[in-house]
Design a protein around this ligand. Structure first.
Ligand code: COA
Length: 206
């Protein structure tokens, strides 16, 4: 009971925004996740290998990285319809150093470019800094993915470096761009916001 309460604090069932609601995954989300992970355009934009992923691999990813009780992952639902349109996760959550890596996919093409990705990113990093008490969030993005870079910049990420020519795509090499945001930068960008007390480290890892 106590550990369930702790989980509800560090990984709430629902995080409500203006354009999107983040909800913990339910088993029924698998079909949409399979469809997104088999979409060649999404693979081109976000995966190192563009070969089609076998169902078993996607199902394993869904079960262990999205649905599992110790996975910090959310389904992105568009408001007000509640339609499932994407997913977002933190990986490499490191309580010793206060760091995590951020990932997001708006899988439904007609829900892209409407501000949903930027808001979902802001909700995730706001939770990470204001509730989990993390210090730094990092991400990596392919240099040709200008829309993603723009959305991350709008949410407050800065370019920190580049892995030169790390990705072969569309007949040429591209840089992989490293971006990051620090807790102080997040707070400075939110004048007037009241930060919630941080969850203790012991609660961060379930
Ligand atoms: C990347 C992603 C999360 C962004 O979310 P989104 O909801 O589509 O983006 P938003 O509408 O919040 O913001 C996009 C911004 O990029 C701009 N943009 C769109 N296409 C662009 C392009 N080709 N070049 C530059 N900017 C572009 C938009 O105009 C908008 O900026 P603005 O508000 O200043 O006008 C989403 O598009 C997605 O998941 N795409 C497919 C998978 C992917 O790329 N994942 C990220 C892997 S690192």
């Amino acid at each position: 009971m106590a550990s369930e309460l702790a989980r509800d604090r560090w990984h709430p069932p629902v995080i409500e925004g203006r354009l999107v609601t983040l909800r913990r995954h339910v088993p029924e989300n698998l079909a949409a996740v399979v469809r997104w992970y088999r979409d060649p355009e999404l693979a081109r934009l976000s995966r190192y290998q563009t070969r089609p992923m076998p169902f078993e691999e996607i199902e394993h990813f869904f079960r262990t990285r999205l649905l599992a009780a110790d996975a910090f992952a959310y389904a992105i639902h568009q408001r007000p319809s509640g339609r499932l349109v994407g997913l977002t996760t933190f990986s490499n959550l490191d309580p010793d150093n206060g760091t995590a890596l951020f990932h997001i996919t708006i899988g439904e093409p007609d829900s892209q470019d409407r501000g949903l990705g930027t808001e979902a990113t802001e909700l995730m990093i706001g939770h990470a800094f204001d509730v989990l008490g993390l210090h730094r969030i990092g991400l990596s993005v392919f240099a040709f993915n200008s829309r993603a870079i723009r959305a991350y910049e709008k949410a407050g990420f800065r370019v920190e470096g580049r892995l030169r020519e790390a990705i072969w795509r569309d007949g040429r090499h591209w840089d992989e761009v490293q971006m990051g945001i620090l807790a102080d930068e997040w707070r400075a960008g939110r004048v007037g916001a009241v930060a919630a007390p941080a969850v203790g480290e012991a609660e961060l890892v379930p």
